[in-house]
Structure formats: structure tokens, C-alpha cells
Design a protein around this ligand. Structure first.
Ligand SMILES: [Zn+2]
Length: 347
């Protein structure tokens, strides 16, 4: 495969549809998957979910409901109901997110060849951004021995990521300007966070942990499996008491999203700056939903914001979305139903 795109700069944006070919469940399959995997291991927690959803969320069949519907109804309940005990709501949310994070740890084996082909073609000159919390991109890169980074320098592995100094010293030009044949790690912006990014509620520092160790810190009266991910920062480790628990830094999959984490907003800033500096945008498996205001705002009038963009490639089986992205960006769109069709015409 001739790698003509190495000399250009692309921004690749992936949504849930990107992970579908790897066998990761979509929004409306997640609860069914949770019930089939955890009913036997965590029977009390699963029963609690079912009972709470029927009694408080007006969801009769939680197994066949979308996780977004469930968490959004929970959010509304949290804001507008005075009758439900806050602890019950917190318990429900904890259990759902715990199961969800365990689910995404699925071993991704036998990846379809399209992922490797795509990454080989684009990794050297692209910035990647995603709305997914899963570890698919990381797995693909690890398989291909491609260096990647959540932010573009080696301090990413240390606790300095996310600190005040990190963003103060951050140089966007280093991030965007790749040399030909450079071994610079591929930047991967996780715009809605990741299950292996843990944040401490006390010191607010962030720690990256391997995907296999990721997940929720859980203390629940319904869950059998408790686990604790503790903060290791010197200011938080005390001899006489347990250090604070860390939780995943994610924007939960609800209809109403709050971008109230400073680190997530910093990543969005990098994303928006990337959009202004590249020559090609490739959007794979994102449904461009109206409520994802930050994304829509970033893509709107793209032709005016960045006149260097030559191509906007939209990969999604839903052809109706093509006119939406065309209207939004005011650009001509190349549409492909699946990643493999796009790759086939490049061979
Ligand atoms: Zn801490």
C-alpha cells in the first residue's frame, strides 16, 4: 500500500461505531451484555438495578434499554426529585459504571485487519481523537508496536499530566509539527475521558493506569467485589488513615453532558487547535448528535476556520448524516459506509 498520506496532516475522529467491528457493544447492547455477564457473579447488584429502574426510572425492561436512556433518566431524577434518597441514586450510578468499565476490559482478540491497515496508513501524520472510553486504539497500536500518547510528551506517564505546570509548559507546535519519519508518539485525545484515567477527589491529580487495572473504586452494599484504587500522591498518603479513592475521569454516557473537568477541557482545546492546523478530517463511526454541542461547534463552518482543509471524509453506514456534516462544515464530503470500503479504494 503506497502511503501517500504521510506527507499530510490529518485529524481522525472516532465514535462508538469505530469500535463496532472489534466486537465492542453499542449503546443499546450494553445493558443486555451487563445482565448476561454479571447476573451470576453479582446477583444482588443486578437485581438492585432492575428494581430501582422499575420503581424510580419508569423503565420496565432495563436489559433492553439503552445505557444513555437509563443514565439520563437518573440524572433528571437526581436534579428534580426530592423524594428519592441521594444514596440510592449514587449506588445505582456506581453499579452501572462499575459494570460498564468491567465490560470495556473485554480482551480484544482477533482484530479485523482493517484496523491495522488503517493505522499503518495514517499513524505517522495524524492526530487521533475519540469519544470512546475503551482501549481499542491502544490495543491496535500496541499490536503494531506503534508509540502513542494521550498527550504528546513522555511526562504523560507520570502524575504531572493534568497539573497546572503541564499545560503551562505545553507547546502546541511540538504537538502538531511532525517531521518525516519522526518517531514521535501518535497523539490520542480522549475527549470524553477514559476508564484508565483516574482522578483523586482530594488533590485532583490524575494518574494513568494500565487498562487491565482500570475501573471504579467501589464500596457498595449490593456488590460482592469491592475494589479500591487509592491516590499515591504524598499529600494524600497519611499514616493514620486510608488515602482517598480515585475514580475514572470520564464524561458519563448521558444525553446531558457536563464538561466540568479542567483536564477534559484542556484536551478539547487541543482538539480545537488541531482542527485549525490540519489538512484532512476523517470522522469514523460518530453519529454527530445534536446534543454534542462541543463537537458540532468545533466542526461548524470548518471551511472558514481552516482554509487549508482539503478533504472531509465521513465514514458511517448512515448516509443521511452526510448532509448533516456537509451543512455543518459547509464542505464537500467524501462518504464511505465502512472503514474497509474507504481502505479498499486506497489500495
Ligand atoms: Zn490525591
Amino acid at each position: 500500500m503506497h502511503n501517500i498520506y504521510n506527507s499530510k496532516k490529518s485529524l481522525v475522529i472516532t465514535g462508538a461505531g469505530f469500535s463496532k467491528a472489534a466486537g465492542l457493544p453499542l449503546d443499546n447492547q450494553i445493558m443486555a451484555e451487563i445482565f448476561s455477564r454479571f447476573s451470576k457473579i453479582e446477583p444482588r447488584a443486578v437485581k438492585y438495578l432492575e428494581k430501582f429502574a422499575q420503581g424510580n426510572l419508569n423503565i420496565v425492561d432495563i436489559r433492553n434499554s439503552s445505557i444513555e436512556e437509563i443514565l439520563t433518566k437518573l440524572q433528571v431524577l437526581e436534579y428534580y426529585s426530592r423524594n428519592i434518597h441521594k444514596n440510592d441514586i449514587a449506588e445505582f450510578k456506581l453499579i452501572v459504571l462499575k459494570f460498564l468499565s468491567d465490560l470495556l476490559k473485554i480482551e480484544i482478540a482477533n482484530l479485523p485487519a482493517e484496523y491495522g491497515d488503517f493505522m499503518n496508513l495514517f499513524h505517522a501524520k495524524s492526530i487521533f481523537a475519540t469519544f470512546n472510553y475503551d482501549y481499542l486504539f491502544e490495543t491496535i497500536c500496541n499490536n503494531l508496536k506503534i508509540n502513542w500518547t494521550y498527550l504528546p510528551d513522555s511526562t504523560t506517564e507520570t502524575n504531572s499530566f493534568g497539573s497546572e505546570e503541564y499545560f503551562q509548559n505545553f507547546c502546541f507546535d511540538d504537538f502538531i509539527n511532525f517531521e518525516e519519519g519522526d518517531r514521535t508518539p501518535v497523539p490520542y485525545l480522549k475527549l470524553h475521558g477514559s476508564y484508565n484515567w483516574q482522578i483523586c477527589w482530594n488533590c485532583k491529580k490524575i494518574r494513568m493506569i494500565p487498562g487491565a487495572n482500570a475501573g471504579m473504586s467501589t464500596i457498595s452494599k449490593y456488590l460482592i467485589g469491592h475494589r479500591f484504587i487509592n491516590c499515591m500522591e504524598p499529600e494524600c498518603v497519611k499514616e493514620d488513615s486510608a488515602s482517598p479513592l480515585m475514580s475514572p475521569l470520564i464524561i458519563p454516557p448521558t444525553l446531558i453532558k457536563f464538561y466540568n473537568f479542567k483536564y477534559i477541557r484542556s484536551i478539547w482545546t487541543l482538539f480545537q487547535m488541531s482542527l485549525l492546523n490540519i489538512e484532512r478530517v476523517i470522522i469514523i463511526g460518530s453519529s454527530l448528535r445534536d446534543e454534542d454541542l462541543l463537537l458540532l461547534n468545533s466542526l461548524s463552518c470548518l471551511n472558514i476556520k481552516n482554509k487549508s482543509i482539503k478533504e472531509l471524509i465521513f465514514i458511517n453506514p448512515n448516509i443521511e448524516l452526510k448532509s448533516k456534516i456537509a451543512d455543518l462544515s459547509d464542505m464537500k464530503i467524501s462518504h464511505y459506509s465502512h472503514l474497509k470500503n474507504y481502505l479498499a479504494q486506497k489500495k
